[in-house]
Design a protein around this ligand. Sequence first.
Ligand SMILES: NC(=O)c1ccc[n+]([C@@H]2O[C@H](COP(=O)([O-])OP(=O)(O)OC[C@H]3O[C@@H](n4cnc5c(N)ncnc54)[C@H](OP(=O)(O)O)[C@@H]3O)[C@@H](O)[C@H]2O)c1
Length: 320
Amino acid sequence: MDVTEKRMNKKERAKDRREKRHEEIRRLRTVPYFDHQRWWSAETIAVVTGGNRGIGFEITRQLALHGLTVILTSRDTIAGEEATKTLLEEGLKVVFRQLDIVDHQSIELFCAWVKEKYGGIDILVNNAGVSHNTGSDNSVECAEQVINTNYFGTKNMTKAVVPLMRSSAEGARIIMVSSRLGRLNGRRNRIDDVDLRQQLEDVESLSEDLIDSTMNKFLGQVKDGSWINGGWPQNNTDYSLSKLAVNAYTRLMARTLSAWPDGHKIYVNCCCPGWVKTAMTAWAGHTSPEEAADTPVWLALLSGQCVSGKFFAERREINY
Ligand SMILES: NC(=O)c1ccc[n+]([C@@H]2O[C@H](COP(=O)([O-])OP(=O)(O)OC[C@H]3O[C@@H](n4cnc5c(N)ncnc54)[C@H](OP(=O)(O)O)[C@@H]3O)[C@@H](O)[C@H]2O)c1
């Protein structure tokens, strides 16, 4: 068997495994939650960032279908109102609020509004994100926007919302919609510097400073044109790094919040939705937005489990 044939076989086997898992998820999604698993009600407040389209829109819809009150947020008011109208016409309990996660004032106004109207939040789904490359393109022209939105915006939103998270026996939840491209130890797409990888992997010594300075070092090299020899991930570099930072921040937050007492717990996990047919991928991919929303929704609704600081795909834990 030559190399090309071997590669084809590997691809076919991967496709086969993926299709089987998708089939299994479709079946799991038909299994209703039992009453004792339904810790939520119509008074449970979930917030989804970037809810006007793509995966975020589907996460909003699925959470609302389970009977929660979902705040669909969007940086663009018209797009957000239109998306909300669609879900209201389906009889779902969805409320629109403007939110741009790279705008500090927008985050502040959102938090003040949510506190005044609902008193707090039970679930935050950090879904908003950008990517400016499709296929094998690897331009870093928009690297600043990508890192600022996917990592710094997500981090700032999380920090602002944590004090608003309501205490409950089941715990509040934060879900980061991340990506396998941000894996620390991906075989074909990773940071070259072994020491830096180890520092980012060691959750005990991991710090916000380390994550921020790694992102700023990359952005500095983008500015002075030296990034190509910087030993950064080779595939979709800015986006991969932004999601690597999100994954590291998930583990850091989980570690910090694990010290909170029972009854006040906040569980933080991240997930990869797969390669999804949305505007971000120019509608290329293996997965529909509806299927992609499944794992974040499942994580948001987990009952009786104190899972935190983990990375998931297709309802299974995966390695960072
Ligand atoms: N599609 C994939 O294959 C894939 C794979 C792995 C991970 N993901 C992740 O999944 C999430 C959703 O992506 P998608 O595929 O559904 O892409 P999408 O259709 O492009 O949706 C992205 C959403 O994020 C919003 N957004 C961007 N910047 C924002 C900001 N500053 N403030 C608030 N909202 C902002 C967008 O708003 P506008 O409509 O105003 O632009 C849009 O609602 C992203 O985090 C993405 O990185 C996607």
